[in-house]
Design a protein. Structure first.
Length: 417
């Protein structure tokens, strides 16, 4: 019998083949050739970065990959002089100069909402996105005016997407596959732990028409067990209710637990593991930081996350874990941690992808069992190295997923899947 075809991650998220969407970072030095196509079928970059650094997007499109370019409409909520809404963002079509958007305070006017949604869609598609996203904002309150505004923008985006036949391949790429629209759901961690809020969001977003999936962005997530369980219930609940894929980002290394438990895709990578709102204003770079003033932690598979502190303080722990569990990525000596930005970024990308593949490829129950064993080993390594304990989300996601499976099986009169 012939060997089965090698695994290939889908260009766009698919409920049948769980995958990782790579967040390669800004001028990271990563190339499409370095990405493991067995688990990565698409990349994601903030739209403002794609406008300044389009080479990776072009290469991804040429390579038949999906491309997500989130417009980050939430930047319109920042103070007018905040660096997060100046620079490249100020030149994007959906930037609203002179206006600090406050979606929680009042309903959006019809004309403003229509133009805003259309501008956001046009900006993403014009830059080469194959998955467009609806405008998303960070809400101070849930299930109130702000969420009504978000749903309005999602409906208007879907209407514009269909009316413009934006689902058809881009005119410049007639041989390309169809494009899709995902509804953005930015949910703050403090609300993710509320079961009633999560259930309501599932009902509200499941009712949307003409969207292909959901782009769920965790904001201000503290990575507690109850918060991670909430994101699991939201994403898996939407997938069960709609048979549309969900993508979750911003939940840290615990995105692996979501992949293991059946979420169609997660998005992770350089400076894409978390989302704080409002974003911090960084000083000039210091030791251990890159040119954006953001430190690059070193990931190690044996601890299911990043190792130690930045700079010299974390050096003993990093050297100890690489000496104990050598890394075969090929971007540095196996028994030594990578040094220098390019080597660290390449190593991290390989290691995160390797973990994602290990937990996305098996059936869900087998993947959950594998993660449980990996977590047990990681706790032992962390204790020996005197690192922080493993975050509880690695366990709580699986518990929430099993509860959902049992609930759905009971409603269907069958056995849990």
């Amino acid at each position: 019998m012939a060997d089965p075809a090698p695994r290939r991650a889908p260009r766009h998220p698919d409920l049948q083949t769980r995958a990782l969407i790579a967040w390669p970072g800004y001028h990271s030095g990563l190339t499409i050739e370095q990405l493991d196509r067995r688990v990565i079928g698409a990349i994601a970059k903030p739209l403002l970065q794609a406008a300044q650094d389009p080479r990776l997007v072009t290469a991804a499109l040429k390579g038949g990959m999906g491309v997500v370019l989130p417009g980050q409409a939430w930047r319109n909520q920042l103070e007018l002089d905040h660096p997060g809404r100046t620079g490249a963002f100020a030149h994007l079509r959906h930037h609203r100069p002179g206006l600090r958007l406050k979606p929680d305070e009042r309903p959006l006017g019809a004309s403003f909402a229509e133009t805003y949604a259309a501008d956001h869609l046009t900006a993403e598609l014009g830059a080469g996105a194959t998955i467009a996203t609806t405008p998303g904002h960070v809400l101070e309150r849930e299930l109130s005016t702000g969420r009504e505004n978000e749903l309005l923008l999602a409906r208007l985006s879907a209407q514009e997407f269909m009316a413009a036949r934006a689902f058809a391949p881009a005119p410049s790429r007639p041989a390309a596959e169809r494009r899709e629209l995902y509804a953005t759901i930015i949910l703050q961690g403090e609300y993710a732990k509320d079961l009633q809020i999560v259930a309501a969001l599932v009902r509200l977003y499941a009712a949307l028409e003409d969207v292909s999936g959901y782009w769920i962005r965790a904001a201000n997530c503290n990575r507690s067990g109850v918060q991670l369980a909430g994101y699991a219930r939201l994403s898996l609940g939407l997938e069960e209710a709609t048979t549309r894929p969900a993508v979750v980002s911003g939940v840290g290394a615990e995105h692996l637990a979501l992949l293991a438990s059946g979420v169609a895709a997660t998005c992770a990578g350089l400076h894409g593991m978390s989302f704080a709102f409002p974003p911090a204003i960084f000083p000039e770079p210091e030791d251990g930081e890159d040119e954006d003033g953001l430190g690059i932690y070193i990931y190690h598979r044996a601890v299911l996350g990043f190792v130690g502190q930045l700079g010299k303080k974390g050096e003993p722990a990093r050297r100890a874990i690489f000496a104990t569990v050598p890394c075969p990525c090929g971007h540095h000596p196996a028994n030594q941690p990578p040094e220098g930005r390019r080597a660290i970024v390449a190593h991290n990308s390989w290691a995160i992808s390797a973990d994602a593949l290990e937990l996305a490829a098996p059936a869900v129950k087998a993947a959950e069992q594998r993660l449980s064993e990996r977590a047990r080993q990681a706790r032992r390594h962390r204790k020996l190295l005197k690192l922080t304990t493993l975050k509880p989300g690695f366990a709580s996601v699986g518990v929430a997923a099993r509860e959902l499976r049992e609930q759905h099986a009971g409603e269907a009169g069958g056995q849990p899947r």
